[in-house]
Design a protein around this ligand. Structure first.
Ligand code: S3P
Length: 167
């Protein structure tokens, strides 16, 4: 298959884990945009946010997406804010089929509690922040691609569901 499979969706919806399963099941190379940024900048996403700010991160995120979106036959996992920019969405759609993973605010709360590496969720009221950001982003996610509810499913089950939709 030459078309890319692109995963997007809010933080904590399981994009990276599902992308790994898809890569394994389909024998397609995995490109995780955030990991590519961290490797090329030799800094974590949190460090980039704290030292250079979110606007700068969005610029390098857009550059990385532009670079990798034109690959062929790869799995691309994006950060949760990637499809907020029209240019990113267009680049990803040009060569790929986009799936948007979804989960309830409660599940996102649980899944993101495991680590502190998400700068946008470092605040006193994480539950509130998640609800606000989800509401703000919902229209962008709906526009981006095929919605896949991840609630109560394992990464393997979700990957198989995606494969079922493309084959
Ligand atoms: C972000 C999501 C993160 C990362 C950055 C910003 C967002 O990726 O790109 O912290 O704006 O939703 P994950 O969705 O993989 O956590």
């Amino acid at each position: 298959m030459t078309t890319n499979i692109v995963l997007t969706g809010f933080m904590g919806t399981g994009k990276s884990e599902v992308a790994r399963e898809l890569s394994r099941l389909c024998g397609m190379r995995l490109i995780d945009i955030d990991r590519e940024i961290e490797t090329s900048r030799r800094k974590s996403i949190s460090e980039i946010f704290s030292s250079c700010g979110e606007d700068y991160f969005r610029q390098i995120e857009a550059a990385a997406i532009l670079q990798f979106a034109s690959e062929q036959g790869v799995i691309i996992s994006t950060g949760g804010g990637a499809v907020l920019r029209e240019e990113n969405l267009k680049a990803l759609q040009a060569h790929g089929l986009i799936f948007c993973l979804t989960a309830s605010p409660e599940t996102i709360m649980l899944r993101t509690a495991r680590n502190n590496d998400r700068p946008l969720l470092q605040c006193d009221d994480r539950q509130m922040r998640i609800s606000e950001l989800l509401a703000e982003r919902q229209p962008f996610y709906e526009k981006a691609g095929i919605m896949i509810n991840t609630e109560g499913k394992t990464p393997l089950e979700i990957a198989n569901e995606i494969i079922g939709k493309i084959s």
